[in-house]
Design a protein around this ligand. Structure first.
Ligand SMILES: *[C@@H]1O[C@H](CO)[C@@H](O)[C@H](O)[C@H]1NC(C)=O
Ligand SMILES: *[C@@H]1O[C@H](CO)[C@@H](O)[C@H](O)[C@H]1NC(C)=O
Ligand SMILES: *[C@@H]1O[C@H](CO)[C@@H](O)[C@H](O)[C@H]1NC(C)=O
Ligand SMILES: *[C@@H]1O[C@H](CO)[C@@H](O)[C@H](O)[C@H]1NC(C)=O
Ligand SMILES: *[C@@H]1O[C@H](CO)[C@@H](O)[C@H](O)[C@H]1NC(C)=O
Ligand SMILES: *[C@@H]1O[C@H](CO)[C@@H](O)[C@H](O)[C@H]1NC(C)=O
Ligand SMILES: CC(=O)N[C@H]1CO[C@H](CO)[C@@H](O)[C@@H]1O
Length: 674
């Protein structure tokens, strides 16, 4: 069955049936490709670090949060969060040659992250990706996704059908002597058909980026095609990506915030003269990495006043830490980071606060200009993240706290970066072959964080967040309150401590002087330890461990009911160490009952010839879309494994190849390992 016709059916089915929509009865891939060294790729790394010890002194395990029911009595509430899932995604345009060790099949090396995550072309969309997005859309109303990154700078459009194998993406040498290490991504307009096809099934809106490698001969076909094909599904176009690195990367001989602003000005004039770009008001900038330049350096050029009529949003980019030294083996000034040593730095509220604080002034300027403020690209660490951290339960807690903190700090959205098979931090990763194996995906721990914030903020467009700094501001037990329609709606409670004795579990008394309901409902994010990647559950359900994911939740939805003391006006909520709790004050909240999204995609777009199993859609329908309990009935085979080159060797190879591009002693960024 051609997906094209399937898509047409799917789209009409979605509009027809709102309740439970299951797309199925199509052969599912069960093929495991033997001989591929999965385990040696960073995305499937199995490192488990030693959890940090219980802090001394420990935080009080029993504490009280004094809450106000009415938003009017609360100081410091954020702006209302509008427009879908707070966490969106940033998909890198291409995996570059440097990271393709010889044993890695050339197909993968010539491919792009988009191929892997979204689909090979508009005929072949990745069904697990659709399921993962459906789960976010059902909770928050929509998802924003950016396609771009460093590789957008040299991207070049080629005609439909001109690339080998009907692909939408390919790569060629960029031909620039200064940047021989950066290949150019070739893409066909099918990139926009593909994304628009996705938007016709799910409320997903897109961002692309205008290449800035040549500010004399602007290549604007990305703007022309994106606007013409995507229409309203295109939200904005990035004007430059981390321009503060252009000089270091050799893209400009000298560069300054003033020069950047002048180039944006020139870009605008070029767009104005181009009749094929009808919307001239959707640029996004300055997307500084906040490493070489601060956003304020760009604001000083009068960027906001000068361009605000032309901008969709203001943007910044930043990774929590950087792991670029791992590429080169490090230097005395910039040694290789040992993940075990920095593990505790991800398990504290201080991490979230220090990531948000540099933007306090910028977000106010964005509000004054009436513009969204977006963290356009972020993750645990640049240059691929850290083994044992980026994909651990610790990262789930970190990305949850960071997300709530940015929501509190008036960011509009934040985009989790998705790289290839060679990074540790992906929120989702397709199987490492060109076979689209329906249920062999891997979900990273931070996907759960995106999901939970989508659920916590919901789709009312009225959610406002405040950091409660409870338990005397203890860094290991942060808490947030969420107000909807000006009323206390939810409370988010963290416990960063790893202690299986139970001694560090929290007992949090929620006190609301104006009254508490008879009962409240709680959903927990759980795992056995901060260092595990396995068996992470949200309200009792999991997406599965490595190579087990098809994007749908499995297991029974488990919502805990807690009886409150209506004379004292308190409710006591336990939180495991480690753990996270989302408390719903409204037991009838629609979000409470959402487990597996009711809109499910069960068809693999890729036609498999071997070992196919037929999935019976009634197992999903019977579950009313709320629980995935029957979905394990689809049999699975184990992925093949073989002895192979380790990640270290991969990084060494990458470092040798990338070495030419490295500026001595300069932060390398993440241009070549994504
Ligand atoms: C929330 O805002 C979006 C636009 O961003 C709109 O499509 C949606 O209908 C709004 N939802 C509600 C409940 O007002
Ligand atoms: C910019 O990128 C394009 C497409 O990859 C390439 O053809 C061109 O030579 C590059 N220009 C500069 C100045 O680097
Ligand atoms: C997608 O690729 C297949 C071959 O792999 C090709 O037959 C098909 O025409 C392509 N679709 C588009 C829209 O280019
Ligand atoms: C977020 O914006 C609101 C409304 O302008 C403001 O009151 C609040 O102080 C801001 N939050 C932070 C952390 O600056
Ligand atoms: C995977 O790619 C290789 C190289 O392009 C090709 O020979 C092989 O047939 C592909 N496998 C599938 C299932 O398409
Ligand atoms: C995950 O949980 C299941 C069921 O409790 C258990 O059998 C399995 O060993 C766990 N897996 C890992 C890797 O911890
Ligand atoms: C709704 C939509 O954008 N459909 C497109 C899906 O992709 C094909 C090309 O493969 C386009 O022709 C459709 O217009």
């Amino acid at each position: 069955m051609q997906l094209l016709s399937a898509l047409a059916l799917l789209s009409s089915a979605i509009t027809a049936a709102q309740a439970v929509t299951v797309y199925g009865q199509i052969p599912l891939a069960q093929t495991a490709t033997a001989g591929f060294p999965h385990q040696t790729l960073a995305a499937y790394d199995t490192t488990e670090l030693i959890p940090p010890p219980v802090p001394n002194p420990p935080p009080a395990s029993a504490y009280t949060l004094n809450l106000q029911r009415d938003a009017s009595a609360v100081n410091g509430l954020s702006i209302p969060h509008v427009g879908g899932s707070f966490w969106g995604f940033s998909l890198e345009m291409s995996i570059v040659t440097q990271v393709c060790a010889q044993w890695l099949v050339s197909w993968r090396c010539q491919s792009s992250v988009i191929d892997a995550a979204v689909g090979k072309n508009s005929t072949f969309l990745q069904v697990p990706f659709l399921n993962l997005m459906a789960n976010l859309v059902e909770r928050s109303g929509g998802v924003v996704i950016r396609i771009g990154g460093n590789t957008q700078e040299f991207a070049k459009q080629v005609p439909l059908g001109s690339l080998e194998f009907g692909h939408t993406f390919a790569k060629t040498e960029s031909g620039s002597t200064q940047t021989t290490q950066t290949p150019a991504v070739l893409y066909t307009p099918d990139m926009f058909y593909m994304t628009n096809n996705i938007s016709s099934m799910l409320n997903i809106k897109w961002f692309f980026g205008i290449p800035f490698n040549d500010s004399v001969n602007w290549r604007l076909d990305i703007a022309e095609s994106a606007q013409n094909i995507l229409g309203d599904n295109l939200l904005g176009l990035q004007a430059g990506n981390e321009p503060d690195f252009y000089q270091q990367f050799g893209r400009r001989q000298v560069y300054s915030p003033d020069m950047y602003s002048n180039e944006v000005d020139d870009l605008i004039k070029t767009i104005d003269a181009n009749p094929n770009i009808p919307n001239k008001h959707m640029l996004i900038g300055p997307s500084v990495s906040t490493i070489i330049w601060k956003p304020e350096d760009v604001w000083k050029t009068n960027f906001i006043e000068r361009f605000k009529d032309r901008l969709y949003a203001l943007s910044v980019e930043h990774y929590s830490m950087n792991n670029c030294a791992a590429l080169t083996g490090g230097t005395p000034e910039n040694p290789v980071v040992v993940p075990q040593n920095i593990f505790p730095a991800f398990l504290t509220h201080k991490a979230a606060i220090s990531l948000m604080e540099p933007y306090l002034e910028s977000q106010m300027l964005a509000q004054q200009a009436g513009k969204p403020f977006i963290m356009f690209e972020t993750n645990t660490a640049s240059c691929g993240g850290f083994a044992g951290i980026s994909d651990s339960f610790a990262a789930s807690l970190w990305a949850l706290d960071y997300g709530f903190q940015m929501a509190y700090g008036n960011f509009t959205h934040a985009l989790m970066h998705v790289g290839g098979q060679n990074v540790f931090y992906n929120p989702f990763t397709s199987p490492p072959t060109n076979e689209t194996m329906y249920n062999k995906w891997t979900v990273g721990a931070i996907y759960y964080s995106a999901l939970i914030i989508a659920e916590a903020l919901g789709k009312s467009n009225t959610s406002r967040v405040v950091d409660l700094f409870g338990n005397a501001g203890n860094e290991f037990t942060p808490s947030y309150a969420i107000y909807e329609h000006d009323t206390l709606s939810k409370v988010a409670l963290f416990n960063y401590i790893d202690d299986n004795t139970g001694n560090s579990d929290s007992q949090v008394t929620l006190s609301v002087p104006t009254g508490v309901p008879q009962t409240i409902s709680v959903k927990y994010l759980s795992a056995s330890t901060v260092s595990t990647k396995n068996n992470i559950t949200w309200a009792g359900q999991t997406l599965g461990n490595q190579f087990e994911v098809d994007g749908r939740f499995r297991g029974e939805l488990d919502i805990k009911t807690i009886t409150c003391d209506t004379t004292k006006n308190t409710c006591v909520v336990p939180v495991k160490a480690p753990g996270f709790a989302l408390v719903f004050f409204d037991n009838t909240a629609e979000a409470l009952q959402i487990g597996q999204a009711s809109q499910t995609f069960t068809t693999s777009a890729w036609t498999q010839k071997h070992n196919t199993a037929t999935f019976e859609p009634s197992t999903m329908s019977a579950s009313n879309g709320r629980s995935g309990k029957n979905r394990d009935e689809v049999s699975r085979t184990s992925p093949g494994e073989s002895a192979a080159v380790g990640m270290r060797a991969l990084l060494r190879d990458a470092a040798v190849l990338a070495g030419v591009a490295l500026m001595s002693g300069v932060y390398f960024g993440r241009a070549y390992l994504l």
